[in-house]
Design a protein around this ligand. Structure first.
Ligand code: BDP
Length: 595
C-alpha cells in the first residue's frame, strides 16, 4: 500500500471533517440496521479520538463500539476508474459499509488500510459511508487486554487502572488519522520497495514494485533525480513478477541525521504508450548496522540521543495534527535530540516522512506492550506478525527508520512466564519473522527491570534495550545509589550478552512548579538531576549506543493513584512548554555530549 499522492494519474479526496456518531454499548447496531444509516447522538471531528471530544456525553472512558457515518459524492474525475477508501487508522478495529454493503474490515489500531469500493459506490448520487470502530482488546489482540481476574491471579489488585489497561497510556478510540477517497487507473502501482547500499563513496538504490491490472503492452519508466537533475533512467517491460532494477550513484550524498539528503525516484507506468500511473518517492541512501559495540550509520558510530514519545495531546487524543508534528520536531531539534522511539505503537506516516526530511532517527515499534505470556495464544502471535508485516511494508522505504522494535516490556504481569520457554520460542519466531521481511535494519525489544538479565529476547536482539527506573520506582530519592546500581547492572548485562546496550527509557515524574533544594521526587530539580546522572553513567560505558529519556512530553494515562491525570515524566509538559530539565538536557546534548 502506498501513501496517497495527488498527481496526473492519482486523485485523493480527504473526507476529514465533522461526521455523525452513535455509541453502541449494547451491541445492537447490526440488528437495528445502522449499516444503512442511523440517527446520530453527536458530531465528532475526524481525525480525532472520541474520548476528550465527547467526554460530556459520557465517552471519556468508553470501551466498545462506536458507529460513524458521513456521505460523499464520487467526483467525475473518478468515473470509469478504480475507487478506494483509505482509513489512516481506526483504533482498535473497524468494519466498513458503503450504501449498506459491506466493504471490508481491519484489525489493529495504528496502521492504515485500503478498501476497493469501485463496485459499491454510486457515481450519480450521494453515497453513505458507515464505519463501526471498536476499541475493545482481547488476549489475542496486540496490545492485549487485561482483566480484573488477571490482577487477582497475580495478587496485584492495587495495580488496576480505570479503564483497565495493560499499558501506561490512555486507551483512546476512534478514527484518529484521515480518511481518504483515492482513485487510480486499472493498471496501477500497489507497492514500492527500496533498499539502499553504501560502498565507499558510492551508493546503490535497489527498487522493486508491484502493480495491479494487466496489459499486453505495458512498461515502466523509473527515473532518479538529484535535485532537479535527472541522474538515472530505467525502462522495464512489465511482467508478472513486478518491476525491479537498480541505480548506482557515484560520489553519493548519503542520508544522515546531520545531512538528511533525499534523492527522488519517479515511477511512471505506460500502457500502449499512454501514461496510466505515476508515483514519486523521496529516497535517502544510507546503511545502518550493528558491529561489535557500535551502531553504525554509513559506517560511522552513532549515539542515539532522544526520547520515547507518544501521540497524545489535549482534546485531540491521538488525532493527527500537522502543527503538533512540526512543534515536536522543532523541540527535538532545539533540545539536541537525534532520535525517538515510536513508543508504543506505529505513529502516523506523516511523522515518519518529516523525520526523513529533518534527519531524526526513528525506532519503529508495534504495540506488543506488556505481553502477559500466561494469556498469549497462537492467535496473539499471528496478530503480532500481521502487525509487524503491515508496519514493515508501510515504513521500509524511510531512511529515518533505523530499527524495528517488536514490542515493549513483556511480563509486567507474569515475570516467570515472560522468561519461560514459551516466551523464548515466541520471541525467536517474531525476530526471525522480522528479519525475513527486512534484513537491512537491526531488531530489538525494550525490556523491563522485572526480567533483569533473564529476558529471553536479549538472545535474539541485535542490541540489548533496557528501560530502567532506578531512582524512581526502585530506590526512590537516592540518585547516587541509583547511578551506582545502574552502572553495575549495565556492566553485568554487557558481560553476559556481549552486545551493545541501549537505555531505551529512564526518567522521573516532575510537576511544573514543584521545587526543592534536596532530592525530592516530583520536583523539577529531581527530574533534572536523575536524568543527568543517567547521562553520566551511560556515557561512561564504552558499549552503550544511546540514551532515550522517558518521556518527551507529559501524556494521559488510565486512572490510577500513581498518576496525577497525566504521566508527568515529560521533559516538556503536555502543551509542549519546557520543564527545568529541558534546558539542562539541551546544554548537555548540544555542547557537552555532541556526537
Ligand atoms: C515503563 C513503560 C512506559 C511507562 C513508564 C512509566 O515502558 O510505557 O510509561 O514505564 O512508568 O515501564 O513512566
Amino acid at each position: 500500500m502506498l501513501y496517497p499522492q495527488n498527481n496526473r494519474c492519482r486523485t485523493v479526496f480527504d473526507l476529514s471533517g465533522f461526521w455523525e456518531m452513535k455509541a453502541d454499548p449494547d451491541n445492537e447496531g447490526i440488528k437495528k440496521d445502522w449499516i444503512n444509516g442511523f440517527e446520530s447522538d453527536a458530531f465528532v471531528g475526524i481525525p480525532g479520538s472520541w474520548n476528550e471530544q465527547l467526554a460530556e456525553i459520557g465517552l471519556m472512558n468508553y470501551i466498545g463500539k462506536i458507529w460513524f457515518q458521513t456521505t460523499f459524492l464520487i467526483p467525475e474525475i473518478f468515473s470509469g476508474r478504480r475507487s478506494y477508501l483509505r482509513v489512516g487508522s481506526a483504533d482498535f478495529c473497524a468494519k466498513v459499509w458503503i450504501n449498506g454493503k459491506f466493504a471490508g474490515e481491519h484489525i489493529g489500531g495504528y496502521l492504515p488500510f485500503e478498501l476497493n469500493i469501485t463496485d459499491l459506490a454510486n457515481e450519480n448520487r450521494e453515497n453513505l459511508l458507515v464505519i463501526c470502530v471498536d476499541n475493545t482488546l482481547t488476549y489475542n489482540s496486540i496490545p492485549q487486554r487485561i482483566s480484573a481476574e488477571d490482577y487477582k491471579a497475580f495478587n496485584r489488585e492495587r495495580d488496576q487502572t480505570y479503564p483497565l489497561t495493560a499499558f501506561d497510556f490512555f486507551i483512546y478510540g476512534g478514527i484518529q488519522r484521515p480518511v481518504k477517497l483515492l482513485s487510480f487507473n486499472d493498471l496501477h502501482l500497489n507497492n514500492v520497495k527500496i533498499e539502499t547500499f553504501v560502498n565507499g563513496k558510492d551508493g546503490r538504490i535497489k527498487f522493486g514494485a508491484n502493480y495491479s491490472g494487466s496489459s499486453e503492452n505495458a512498461r515502466a519508466e523509473i527515473s532518479l533525480r538529484d535535485g532537479n537533475k535527472r541522474i538515472g533512467k530505467k525502462s522495464v517491460t512489465l511482467d508478472k513478477s513486478g518491476i525491479e532494477g537498480e541505480f548506482e550513484i557515484s560520489d553519493c550524498r548519503f542520508w544522515s541525521h546531520k545531512d538528511p539528503y533525499l534523492y527522488k525516484i519517479h515511477f511512471e507506468l505506460f500502457d500502449s504508450g499512454i501514461l496510466v500511473d505515476e508515483y514519486r518517492l523521496e529516497v535517502g541512501v544510507r546503511e545502518i548496522k550493528v558491529k561489535g559495540t557500535d551502531l553504525l550509520l554509513n559506517g560511522k558510530p552513532i549515539f542515539l540521543k532522544g526520547f520515547g514519545k507518544h501521540e497524545d495531546f489535549a482534546v485531540l487524543g491521538k488525532g493527527l495534527s500537522f502543527p503538533l508534528i512540526i512543534k515536536d520536531f522543532q523541540l527535538m531539534k532545539w533540545i539536541g535530540a537525534n532520535s525517538f522511539r515510536t513508543s508504543h505503537y506505529p505513529y502516523a506516516e506523516e511523522i515518519i516522512q518529516m523525520a526523513d526530511r529533518l534527519g531524526i532517527l526513528v525506532i519503529d515499534e508495534v504495540p506488543a506492550v506488556s505481553l502477559n505470556f500466561r494469556n498469549v495464544t497462537s492467535k496473539t502471535l499471528q496478530n503480532h506478525k500481521n502487525m509487524l508485516s503491515e508496519l514493515i511494508n508501510r515504513d521500509r522505504n524511510h531512511p529515518s527508520v533505523i530499527c524495528w522494535s517488536v514490542g515493549n516490556e513483556p511480563g509486567i504481569l507474569g515475570e516467570d512466564e515472560a522468561i519461560s520457554e514459551k516466551a523464548e520460542k515466541y520471541w525467536s519466531e517474531i525476530f526471525s519473522f522480522v528479519r525475513n521481511m527486512d534484513s537491512s535494519r537491526p531488531v530489538t525489544l525494550p525490556s523491563c527491570i522485572e526480567l533483569g538479565d533473564k529476558d529471553p529476547s536479549f538472545k535474539f536482539s541485535d542490541f540489548v534495550s533496557v528501560n530502567r527506573y532506578r531512582g524512581w520506582y526502585d530506590i526512590p530519592g537516592q540518585i547516587e545509589k541509583a547511578g551506582e546500581e545502574l552502572k553495575a547492572e549495565l556492566e553485568a548485562l554487557y558481560e553476559k550478552y556481549r552486545k551493545p546496550i541501549f537505555v531505551s527509557e529512564f526518567g522521573a515524574d516532575a510537576i511544573e512548579g514543584e521545587h526543592a533544594t534536596y532530592p525530592q521526587l516530583f520536583t523539577e530539580e529531581y527530574q533534572t538531576m536523575l536524568i543527568e546522572k543517567y547521562f553520566e553513567v551511560i556515557e561512561s560505558l564504552p558499549f552503550t549506543i544511546g540514551e532515550h529519556v522517558w518521556n518527551f512530553a507529559d501524556f494521559r494515562t488510565a486512572q490510577h493513584y500513581r498518576r496525577v491525570i497525566l504521566n508527568k515524566k515529560g521533559v516538556f509538559n503536555r502543551q509542549r512548554e519546557p520543564k527545568a530539565a529541558a534546558f539542562v538536557i539541551r546544554e548537555h546534548w548540544l555542547s557537552k555530549h555532541k556526537v
